[in-house]
Design a protein around this ligand. Sequence first.
Ligand code: DC
Length: 335
Amino acid sequence: MKAIRGATTVEKDRAENIKESVKDLLLTIKNENGLTEEDVICIMFSNTSDIRSFYPAKAAREVGFFNCALYSSLEPDICGSLKKCIRVMVLAETDNPPKHVYLNGAVNLRKDLSKILNIAIDGPAGSGKSTISKIIAQKLDMLYLDTGAMYRAVALACVRGNVDYNNSSAVKKQLDAINVSVKYENGTQKTLLNGEDVSDKIRTPDISMLASTVSAHECVRLSMVNLQREIAANNSCVLDGRDIGSNVLPDAEFKFFLTASAEVRAERRKKENDAKGINQSICEVLCEIKQRDEQDKTRKIAPLVKAADAIEIDTSNMAIDEVASFILAKIQEKI
Ligand code: DC
């Protein structure tokens, strides 16, 4: 179940104005979130005390929400708060991340939620990108898009097709024959290769190296970047990768670039590998990390690079929570 938030304001304290504004708000929430009437369990309303002519909740029945429970409350008079404002919380059964809706004067309440916002978190392997990005996405109720997983899926397709991954025409042929996509289950990204969930199969050291190699081909980058841009254009999301701030979304509202020494990153990766039962010595892991850094930084198209306007954070001696709090504070300064 998801809680979808929304708010709107009315021009005048008149029944018609209240009805129209609430109908508009509820229909927008319904459409934006792809809900049917059956998905909606309950809608809670609150309104400022300057609204007296009509119960906002009554408008819900008029737009076809006949079965869900409705609840209304009156907000306290807060000095300086928005006038003639109606807030809603819609509880609905949906697997999709909630799209909150703020209309009319209420757009000023949550500038972060009322427009699509993208946060780019780039950096080399083991810099903490994915862990941090997941935390930020969860705290801000946004989608987390692991762009590396897409390149990994292409690498897996090349392995399965016995494709020479250094040969760009062979890789292109394979790329044209496959379909890489992502879906979300309870807020968790699943990476699909021709519809098959390959999220776990792409997490091996071999696929890590191959993903770095295939991601250097122009055809692969064009195709994956298009997919990433499409997702980012339609959803507020935290994207982790190598070139998000510098190439995929140069206009992203927030850009961070995480670094850490190769030794620290290798230690982290080794711990993850151990937990998954992947047997590799620390020397092997370090060697692979360095090789991958070199490949990712020196490829011709969209290499791993800090965007000029990204905030760089050296996470070598920072705990996960410290990095996440730092990033959240930077975001909250601006929204
Ligand atoms: O983040 P990761 O380890 O899952 O990424 C695997 C490889 O994919 C990485 O070595 C380079 C490539 N990649 C890329 O080129 N651009 C991105 N935005 C993300 C990953």
